[in-house]
Design a protein around this ligand. Structure first.
Ligand code: MOS
Length: 718
């Protein structure tokens, strides 16, 4: 590929986005549609004894009420194993408050809501453990993460630091609500669902309803934000599918926000204990880091808190992590799942240790580097963290910072704080299969795995195709998020661009070669469509595939079968990570103690930048969320009843536009030489990683107060 920069075009879907004309799954109109509403459990744990449906069925417009009797019985769990997780259907065993106990289907949304309110249940209640420190929580450690001999290094440390940090439960809240629309026709099930993983929905629904997955198609035309919440079959998916099968009508369910809080995955509460050691010269030589997270009784979201911190500084490291099983719905992946809370804790601790050692936090980080993966000694494919830090410091004006906390005060008494932190996120890849067809009629169709959830994957694909092929951009159709067009993999873990771009790049090369072959030396002018018309070919199609380093063709088969075949960050010969450095200014108002973040500089190393505009937006979005996660968001439990207290957007407080100042984004933009042919690494999640710590570090610099629990609020600074 040429080394010139990709053209800086507008987003591929910019016009539709601005006009509001992009079509999302719940917008698909179907004749004869029925509407569904779930009935949530009123208890936090126990069994449903009976469900009274008569009153609901007597209401005008109510067609049917589905209960546990309408679903295959759940597999009997092996005694003592705790698992597998219960199927996402309706079952009598209640594991958390808000779990669906019935589904009402009606001719109108209003009738479905009224019907759901008319269904009543009797329960056998059981005692429950609502909080991470409740009696009855079960702590289950997972395998240690190790680099070098941290215990021996800690023993010989001359300087030591130890502190505890906490982060709250938080919920994703994408703008697009969770929804499922299902149609059962001629023995086939078609599901429209805003998703990051249409193949996962297909397989999840097939498993839950014991159907052949080959009978199911899943389509997610555009997704209005995913962030990990839409990465599998959702709680309502199989319920709506079964309703469509049993009623023979298209059925749509848009899950109300309060039920999303209770039924979707979320970021679990976590606790972090971090000990750091340095030698007499102030060189950090040992890290001991123990993390616990809230978990459901049978949930599987792993507490992988050490993936990123172990990679930052090339220091001996011992990390342990544990699930604390309580009575909640299952937590799950939420943007930078463990890296966001983990690097808040770790990069706060690094800042505190630098302060204790009397070293500037930038200088302290620059004094610790690694060219290899500390866990296995293999080389890193690329690492420009220090360039991120230096460029960030330069743009931010870090050298003008006065060191002492509380020493930068504006004329009106406002305390100014400057803080910074680093971030890292693993570089993953999934195999990809794509077809590219160019028509003499001017059309171009590229069909591939991937889901557009606002991050701009269509823009990235378009950039590669339009830079490499003489085609008409107005008639470029990028077909993604559809199990009928190409084998779909989950779009998550920041591997979308790094997996799809090499496939698009290969398709460009294959297409240009195929065209040359077709022309066989004839001189034909114009773009590719024109050339095809001249030689009287209606269209030309190529198929390409891309696998991760170290993967063979069998990875493509596994992708076709499972929709999941992820490789990295440790490839056979090297390890790949993306990096970022964040610099933050906070201002603390002297009387109200209100915290503002007027200015952020974030410099990322994501390899080669293919589509600069969506890339900058990604970083801005990540920083916005980090501000929100640091200063606003917490989902609170009602320990009397279980479930979430603030389960709506009035009470679950988010950062809004007025909370966000200037966010200056920069990229190192150096191609990674090893992970793929184009040199891209992931960006979506690293964008957020470390930024919450930079905010907390800035608040310390402004006020002299170390705040080790998120969110940080006015009352913490009174
Ligand atoms: Mo992301 S939390 O892997 O969608």
């Amino acid at each position: 590929m040429s080394t010139t920069a990709f053209a800086n075009r507008p987003r591929f879907d910019a016009v539709e986005k601005v006009r509001g004309s992009l079509r999302y799954a719940a917008d698909v109109p179907l004749p004869g549609m029925h509407y569904a509403m779930m009935v949530p459990s009123r208890i936090a744990k126990g069994r449903v004894i009976s469900v009274a449906t008569e009153e609901a069925l007597a209401l005008p417009g109510v067609i049917r009420v589905l209960t546990a009797a309408d679903f295959p019985p759940p597999p009997v769990p092996v005694p003592g194993s705790g698992g597998p997780p219960p199927p996402p259907t309706i079952i009598d065993e209640i594991a958390y408050r808000g779990q669906p106990v019935a589904l009402v289907v009606a001719q109108s949304l209003e009738a479905a809501i009224e019907g759901a309110e008319a269904v009543t249940c009797t329960y056998a209640e059981a005692p429950f453990s609502p909080l991470i420190d409740s009696e009855g929580g079960e702590r289950q450690p997972t395998p240690e993460v190790k680099a070098g001999d941290a215990a021996a290094s800690m023993d010989r440390a001359v300087h030591r630091f130890k502190a505890e940090y906490q982060t709250p439960a938080q919920h994703h809240n994408p703008i697009e609500m969770l929804s499922t629309t299902a149609v059962w026709e001629n023995g086939r099930l078609t599901i429209y669902e805003g998703s990051q993983h249409t193949a996962g929905v297909k397989n999840g629904v097939a498993g839950a309803l014991r159907l052949d997955p080959r009978l199911i198609d899943v389509k997610s035309p555009s997704t209005g934000g995913g962030f990990g919440q839409k990465g599998a079959a959702q709680r309502q998916s199989a319920l709506v599918a079964q309703a469509a099968i049993l009623t023979g009508r298209p059925v749509k369910l848009v899950v109300p926000r309060g039920q999303i809080f209770h039924n979707a995955t979320f970021r679990p509460r976590s606790r972090h204990s971090i000990e750091l050691g340095a030698d007499a010269g102030g060189r950090m030589i040992a890290v001991r880091y123990d993390a616990d997270q809230q978990q459901s009784r049978r949930g599987q979201f792993p507490p992988h808190y050490h993936d990123s911190p172990v990679q930052l500084y090339g220091v001996d490291y011992l990390g342990t992590a544990a699930n604390v099983r309580i009575d909640t719905q299952s937590p799950g992946y939420m943007r930078a799942p463990c890296e966001q809370p983990g690097l808040f804790a770790f990069e706060s601790a690094i800042d505190e240790f630098a302060e204790q050692l009397g070293v500037d936090p930038v200088a302290f980080r620059l004094a610790h580097d690694t060219a290899v993966d500390p866990t296995n000694g293999r080389p890193l494919s690329s690492r420009h963290l220090h360039e991120c830090i230096r460029e960030g410091a330069r743009r931010f004006g870090w050298e003008r910072r006065s060191r002492a906390p509380g020493s930068m005060i504006a004329e009106d008494g406002t305390q100014i704080g400057w803080g910074m932190a680093s971030g890292a996120y693993q570089g993953l890849t999934t195999p990809t299969i794509a077809t590219l067809r160019i028509g003499a009629d001017g059309s171009t169709r590229f069909a591939v795995a991937g889901h557009e959830m606002g991050q701009g994957i269509r823009s990235v694909i378009a950039a590669v195709l339009m830079d490499g092929l003489a085609i008409d951009p107005a008639k470029l159709d990028i077909q993604i998020g559809d199990t009928t067009v190409a084998p779909q993999h989950i779009t998550a873990g920041s591997w979308g661009t790094a997996s799809v771009v090499p496939a698009a790049h290969a398709a460009v090369q294959r297409m240009n070669a195929a065209m040359e072959e077709l022309l066989a030396g004839r001189e034909v002018g114009g773009n590719l469509h024109r050339k095809l018309a001249t030689v009287r070919r209606p269209s030309l199609q190529v198929e390409v595939s891309n696998v991760a380093p170290g993967q063979g063709p069998e990875a493509l088969d596994r992708l076709r079968q499972t929709g999941m075949q992820i490789a990295g960050p440790d490839y056979p010969d090297f390890t790949t990570f993306s990096y970022i450095a964040h610099f933050v200014e906070v201002r603390v108002e002297p009387r109200t103690r209100r915290i503002r973040v007027p200015r952020v500089v974030s410099i990322a190393d994501c390899g080669r930048v293919v589509a600069p505009r969506p890339a900058e937006s990604q970083v801005r979005g990540g920083v916005v969320w980090a501000i929100s996660a640091a200063l606003r968001e917490e989902t609170e439990v009602d320990p009397r009843f279980g479930g979430w207290l603030n389960s709506d957007l009035a009470d679950y407080v988010l950062a809004v536009n007025a909370d966000i100042g200037e966010i200056d984004v920069g990229f190192i933009d150096k191609p990674d030489p090893l992970t793929n042919a184009v040199g891209t690494k992931g960006l979506g999640e690293v964008a957020m990683v470390g930024a919450s710590a930079a905010i907390a570090n800035a608040i310390y610099h402004a006020t002299g107060k170390r705040l080790r629990e998120l969110p940080i609020r006015i009352e913490d600074l009174l």
